[in-house]
Structures are given as structure tokens and as C-alpha cells.
Ligand binder design. Structure first.
Ligand SMILES: *Cc1c(COP(=O)(O)O)cnc(C)c1O
Length: 453
């Protein structure tokens, strides 16, 4: 009993801890309030533990070390960079598309300075933020007009609210999909005040199904790209050009929720063909909605492309203000689109570099990792991800490590100061060079070496 009271009395005070040299570093790094608070909380914990009879080091060093750890943990941001060694290129949980160098610079420039966001340099008067990406999108896709909003979900809500409020939107039953994260096409349609008219069956919908569904209340035909699943076997959907013709014969518009928004063909890389924006426009679609951070490889955004008269109605709708894109997004998007205009998307946009990367180059990198950390190089597959090209994979070479308790190794890799996200198959840890960004390779190998040691 006495020994415990002695230990409690011997605990340093907050003031004496603050006079220790390490405390100066803590004050600089975390500020006075947080530092003092962490020391108090640590001292409280020490008192409780001593009273509970625990025998523990109670000097200034032990307490400062504990307070340092808890401050560091507390101040670590929850949104932080990670190394993606999963081989999933557009990994929605890991932030989808990493931006090109030019797009990153554009964000820094637009964010750190005043800009021409809504200012016309010629007249010296108010300008429009809508012009920045619009001209480029028109040039690249041939669309009459374009509008950039916060994301594709917002694009859909805006277009349905503006064009189909209280009216009917005809869509195939096979396309009433859930995109992920609980985002369901039918629910978005209902929320927007449009009345959903489902036609066809789960696996087959014909043009005549759309034709029979037309009433005086019909506003739109809608197609939604079944981005994250694939129907095979006895399936049928009407040709988009035929659907557009039927709609136009009845003075209706066709909207296409294309999802991934490819501007380039994926087929040359051994992938199935992903429908492109240009193809939908060529088929006669009136309005397309796509994500900017899927196969476009840009920042989170929703792009609406199509007929001028329809885009004008969307721009005038009150919701347009609520879902508008911010300046950082517009800066990064414009820089990303410039890569397409210059014909350098494959060499400058990270997700396209990853898609187009030759297998031999990936194998060589996996072999160099193996030379440094051991393990084996095995054949495997990378995925495009992000709800594009479901089930489609790219052949890759993986570093495979056979370590005891692979799940706990995976957890330790996630605890690295630059967390490493990898996967396990057949009890082996797998690392895919395809999605590891060049600047992160050294840290990946350091982290692997640390968990092996
Ligand atoms: C991804 C996707 C969406 C949602 O896009 P966000 O940009 O994530 O809001 C909508 N429709 C389809 C078909 C998609 O693939």
C-alpha cells in the first residue's frame, strides 16, 4: 500500500514534464492545448493503473513517450495517401483516379491564388465558371454543349429533375442497377420526382417494349450502363441508335447514364470494349452523364454532354447551383482534358498509363522487387475497377510472399506511416506493380522489408 502511494507521489507534474526537452518538440508540433491535455490524460491513466496495483515505469520518459504516441495517433489525418498494391486501377475506396502531374499542378495553382473562375478578363466583368471545361469537352467529344457538376450522381439528379419532374422516364428492367455504396438508379429517379416506367424483363428488353410504354406523360427514354455487372446468355437490349430514332419520332429525348466515361477505346489493351462518349453521341443520344474520375482519369466530377437546348435547361435549373463543380475540380478536369486534346492521355494520365502498361515491364518490376525482398513472381490479373468493365482483367505479374499469419502482415502493412494496401490469395500476400505509383516504390519495399524482419 505504501509502495503504491510512494509511486503515485513520485509521478511528475504536468509543469515539470513541460520543462523536458522532448516537450518542446511536442509543443511545436501539436500546440500547447493538445500537448498539455495529452500529458494530463496520460498522468490520469498512470494514476488509475498504479491504484489498480500495476507496476509500471513512471518516470518522465515513460509518460512523455506515451503522450507522444497518443498525440501522433490523434493528429494523423483520417484522409491520407496510401500505396495501392491491389492491382485494382480505379479503386473507389482508395479515391478512384490518381491525377496527372499537370492536373495536380492545376489544383495547386487554382487553389493557392485568385483566378478567372467567374471573371472575364476582356470585359473586366463577371464571367461564367461553366465555360472552362465546356469548350474542351465540345472539341473532344463533338457534343453541342457540356456542363460539369459535382459527380455523376448529381448529374443524374439534375437532369431528371430538370427534364422529367412529374413525368415518365422509360427504362429497361435490366438496367435498374445499384452502382455501389447503396446508389440505386431507380431510387435516384424517384427522388428526382420522375416517374419510373420499367419495361422488358430482367434479361431481355426490345425496342417494341419502349414503343408500347409511350404515353402523353413520357419525358425521356433512359439507358443506364450496367457498369458493375454483366449479363450473359439469353439477353437483349435495343440498339442505342434505334432507341434514339424511336424517341425522336415521338419528340422525346434519350439520356444515357454511361458511368465510366471512356474517351479512349479499351479494346487495344486486351479488354472488352467499353462504350465511349463519342459512340453514344454518334448513336443520337441527346444527353450523356458520366463520371470524371473513372475511365476519364480526372477529378471527382459529373459531366453532362449533349444537345445545347437540353444543357441550357439544366444550367437554368436551381439545382445546378447546388451541384456545381468547384474551382479545384474545374482546374484538374481541364488539365486532364488537355492531355486528350494533345493526344498524350496514354502517357500522361495515370490510369491510362496503368491500363496500357506492357506485361513485360510489370514483370521486370516484380522481379526487381523479388531481388530485394524475396518471394516469388507469379502470373495474376489486375482489374480496371470503379464499376467499369465488370469481370474484365488485365494479365499482370505479382510479387507473392509466403509468410506466416498473412492477415496480420497485411494489417501491419496498413499500419505503415504510408499505408500499403495489398491482397491475399491462397494464403499468400500479393503485390501488383501495375497500380503502385513510381514515387511510392521505395517506400513499398521498405515497408515490406520491415514486416519480413
Ligand atoms: C459510377 C456510376 C454512377 C455514379 O457516378 P459518381 O460519379 O460516383 O456519382 C452512376 N451511374 C453509373 C452507370 C456509374 O457507373
Amino acid at each position: 500500500m505504501n509502495a503504491m502511494t510512494d509511486r503515485l507521489r513520485a509521478l511528475p507534474s504536468v509543469d515539470s514534464l513541460l520543462r523536458e526537452p522532448i516537450a518542446a518538440d511536442l509543443l511545436t508540433a501539436y500546440g500547447r492545448e493538445a500537448t498539455v491535455n495529452a500529458l494530463r490524460v496520460t498522468l490520469d491513466q498512470w494514476r488509475d493503473r498504479l491504484r489498480a496495483g500495476e507496476v509500471l515505469a513512471s518516470g518522465a520518459d515513460a509518460i512523455l513517450n506515451h503522450a507522444t504516441d497518443s498525440l501522433r495517433a490523434d493528429f494523423t489525418p483520417t484522409l491520407r495517401p496510401v500505396i495501392n498494391a491491389t492491382g485494382v486501377i480505379i479503386h473507389t475506396n482508395l479515391g478512384r483516379a490518381p491525377l496527372s502531374q499537370a492536373a495536380q499542378r492545376a489544383i495547386v495553382e487554382a487553389g493557392g491564388q485568385y483566378s478567372t473562375l467567374e471573371f472575364d478578363l476582356e470585359t473586366g466583368k463577371r464571367g461564367s465558371r461553366l465555360i472552362h471545361a465546356e469548350r474542351l469537352l465540345q472539341q473532344l467529344t463533338g457534343a453541342e454543349a457540356a456542363l460539369v457538376v459535382n459527380n455523376n450522381a448529381a448529374a443524374l439528379v439534375l437532369l431528371l429533375s430538370a427534364l422529367a419532374l412529374g413525368r415518365e422516364v422509360v427504362i429497361s428492367r435490366g438496367q435498374l442497377v445499384e452502382i455501389g455504396g447503396g446508389f440505386r438508379v431507380p431510387e435516384v429517379m424517384e427522388q428526382s420526382g420522375a416517374k419510373l416506367v420499367e419495361v422488358g424483363t430482367t434479361n431481355r428488353t426490345r425496342l417494341s417494349d419502349f414503343e408500347r410504354a409511350i404515353t402523353p406523360q413520357t419525358a425521356l427514354f433512359m439507358r443506364a450502363h450496367a457498369s458493375n455487372f454483366k449479363q450473359i446468355g439469353f439477353v437483349e437490349q435495343p440498339d442505342l441508335a434505334d432507341l434514339a430514332r424511336l424517341a425522336h419520332d415521338h419528340n422525346l429525348a434519350v439520356v444515357d447514364d454511361l458511368g465510366s466515361g471512356a474517351l479512349l477505346d479499351t479494346a487495344p489493351y486486351g479488354l472488352e470494349h467499353e462504350p465511349t462518349v463519342q459512340e453514344s453521341l454518334a448513336a443520337g443520344v441527346d444527353l450523356i452523364a458520366v463520371s470524371g474520375d473513372k475511365l476519364l482519369g480526372g477529378p471527382q466530377s459529373g459531366l453532362l454532354l449533349g444537345k445545347q437546348a437540353l444543357i441550357d435547361r439544366l444550367k437554368r435549373h436551381p439545382l445546378a447551383r447546388a451541384v456545381r463543380a468547384d474551382k479545384l475540380c474545374l482546374a484538374a478536369l481541364t488539365a486532364t482534358l488537355e492531355h486528350y486534346r494533345r493526344g498524350e492521355a496514354l502517357t500522361h494520365i495515370p490510369i491510362w498509363q496503368m491500363i496500357a502498361r506492357p506485361l513485360e515491364s510489370i514483370r521486370a518490376q516484380a522481379e526487381s522487387w523479388q531481388a530485394q525482398v524475396g518471394g516469388a513472381v507469379i502470373d495474376g490479373v489486375s482489374a480496371v475497377g470503379g464499376g467499369s468493365l465488370p469481370g474484365e482483367t488485365l494479365p499482370t505479374a505479382l510479387l507473392a510472399l509466403d509468410l506466416p499469419a498473412p492477415d496480420s502482415v497485411l494489417a501491419r502493412l496498413r499500419a505503415n506511416h504510408l499505408p500499403v494496401i495489398a491482397r491475399i490469395a491462397d494464403d499468400r500476400l500479393l503485390f501488383d506493380p501495375r497500380t503502385v505509383l513510381p514515387g511510392q516504390e521505395a517506400e513499398l519495399l521498405r515497408a515490406i522489408q520491415a514486416v519480413i524482419a
